[in-house]
Design a protein around this ligand. Sequence first.
Ligand code: NBG
Length: 929
Amino acid sequence: MVWNPFKKKDEADLVSTEATDSTPSASTVPPPEKTQEKQNGEEQSLSPSVPPAPDNSSSTNVGVAEPVAEVKIQTEQLNEEPQGFVCVPEIRVEDDRTGLDIETLKRAFADNLFYIQGKLGSMATPNDYYMALAYTVRDRLLQRWLNSAQTYLRGDVKVVCYLSAEFLLGPHLGNNLINLGIYDRIEQAITESGLDLQELIAQEEEPGLGNGGLGRLAACYIDSLASLEIPAIGYGIRYEFGIFDQEIQDGWQVEITDKWLRYGNPWEIARPEIAVEVKLGGYVDHYVDDAGNYRTHWIPDREVHGVPYDTPILGYRVNTANTLRLWKAEAPESFDFQAFNVGDYYGAVDAKISSENITKVLYPNDEQVQGKRLRLEQQYFFVSCSLQDMIRLYLLENPNLDNFHETFAVQLNDTHPSIGVPELMRLLVDEHHMAWEQAWQITTHTFAYTNHTLLPEALEKWSVQLFGRVLPRHLEIIYEINRRFLDMVRIRYPDNDAKLASLSLIDELGKKSVRMAHLACVGSYAINGVAQLHTELLKKDVLHDFYALWPEKFSNKTNGVTPRRWVVQNNPGLSKLISRKIGDRWITHLDELRKLEQFADDPQFQAQWQQVKQNCKHQLTKQIKERTGVVVDPTSMFDIQVKRIHEYKRQHLNALHIITLYNRLKENPDLDLQPRTFIFGGKAAPGYFMAKLMIKLITSVGEVVNNDPDVRDRLKVVFLPDYNVTNSQRVYPAADLSEQISTAGKEASGTGNMKFSLNGALTIGTLDGANVEIREEVGAENFFLFGLTTPEVKEQKANGYNSWDVYNANPGLKKAIDMISCGFFSHGDQQLFKPLLDSLLYDDKYMLFADYQDYIDCQDRVGDAFKHKDAWTKMSILNTARSGKFSSDRAIREYCQEIWQVEPVPIELQEYVQANAVLRVRQPNGSKA
Ligand code: NBG
């Protein structure tokens, strides 16, 4: 309905939209920034008392100011002069759900507060405001989302399905504003509403549905998929409790439950009507059917419902909005009834709880596996839901599943979803009665597998016994896959039992177990590592035998990160400076940052660059004060190590450097030492004692250093609690030095290293993971390299590396270790750090002592370099300028071309006009419209 004040009195009140009609046309709505330009350029406010002169040259709606700010004049109508009226323009309200006018945004925001939150301004909480704003923004995504979904249902579109047990998304609001291109408008609307946009953005509880790099990579990749207009669905688990919140108490990590859903999640839409059933446990019946076919029947002892929750993932300034579909486990109702009827109320509730437990909590382990039944159930649950969903979608358009693999490219993000291989076989063979050979052909043309680790403890294995109890039918299928696979191996390597044993999907040594990485390799048409070095090591060591069998399956896809979140959103100062110099195409074509190279020596540009960095350091300084109480000097060098806490990542090597500097300053107070602030952040797996002790060591060293009047003006140590996507926002932009100091050959890639370099930090690092490629790109002269190489690590170990000898031979190292050992950092407690020290002195698996001296020497070079501001700034500029390779857009393009064989599918927007909204699902004769 549209109110038309210019109509004759008796007809003016309400004019049915039918009069203006229009079935939504197929016209293409311009992408958001264009819409914006149009509105900025062409719209004018008019006083309602002065009817505007008809303007036939423009077909754009014209905004009208208060008190009828809502009304718009549809100028197309001006040519028509209905009888009895003198030039009566049609006036319509700008679409409240899609309109981008400041007035419209303000009104939609207030309206959502009223109708969705049920609050008036006078009673609203900050969360109410956040929710009202989130719904206002979500409304503006929906048109893109629905049009994308509709397009993907077309039979000729190939869709990437990214299966990942983790998606570490970070908050949505800011990111959506940027990708939609309406950040400034919303900011104005919110300011004019008397509120602060930053405060509302800060209200959002981030969905912490991941541990670290692997989960964040999945989030960067779905951003790039949408930005590149690639049809894609992210499939995962809707954990009710994501990664725990970390508090630091008395220097120790304390874990707090992450209740991220407590106040609701405005970004998701539940789709209970397409829930699927997942079976668990029980046994398998085998029989021959009437037609003489061998069949199986799985009789589970439990069934769980998988309910999808969909979140739109909007690309940057494109119409594509893909879907992240996360599954929640629910109990089927029948369960409750059966138990309830026999009077077993608690039994009924138990069944419900045990079903729902499956998606309750994210396992907070990173690079470590524990053969827990619930974890296997989680993996199977989400993979089964996702494959069933793909089959449902496929059968909407196709008569059978024969060409399933031509429509879906399914990427296994690590081995967590590799149960998908036997599950797709089960669905095709058992449920859709396809012959094994054909099903295997489809399966092995559907899946591709990314490996993310070289650590043996992170390669998943499930005991055969447990596996058979949870997934009896899948164990049979795995045995059959293995039987056929080993027959092939026997032909290739006759009389070679060792080969059979090393390739088998079943590890027969000790407790029999299923090797999930082997399952993924056998069931996939492509296998990739996540950095050049990592891929080489996979081929040489971890997956060597598979590489020998199928070299053509292997390729490298070096990781990348999305510049939208990691630069545009987190570092607006730098983004603006860059765009002023080279335009803003770099946001989607990161290689264009190279154009900055020409300004690396320009004193004026250097000064601006320094100013931006300094502002970021001030902001982080403020946050450090607020969150830890520690006052740091923003002019000191910010030396930062943020990542999961792990022995192989060697945060304790960093701590040894701090102690070494501390000792030098104590010995020589006049030492010309570059003031430094050491900043750490990261969570330890709750069951990983050594990692927790590393946190305690860092905070204990910090306590001594920060309180010692002899050094505290020159050295500061900060442990930023609860490192997550939100809290990382201020960290990367403020870094001078990025610590990437893992033992060579252990870090598969790293992605934090890329975020730092992009934001102009210099790296001190080993030749590990993607550090190798960062150094190659930015130039050896702009990278601080130290440490043993992967072959050297191997060689030293082979030659009987003895850390005890190194300790005795190196006075600086010995002194640092002895201080920890004698309780200098633990109020005299000599036992506290003993487990950590023992592991270093008597084993040193990660070669800290072997790399210690080289690290210290390299840090000395860093300190000297930092004194030369201009030279440092030049290196900083060159780091940013040459980091274009590390965009997730580049990585995703490679996956698309070399693995998935998919093409962009631009989305045409069917115009949706709220005022014209009318459903015509069926024609009057009953047929579908
Ligand atoms: C991690 C690696 C990182 C890598 C990310 C993303 C796991 C199992 N692996 O080096 O440790 O950057 O994956 O590929 O979490």
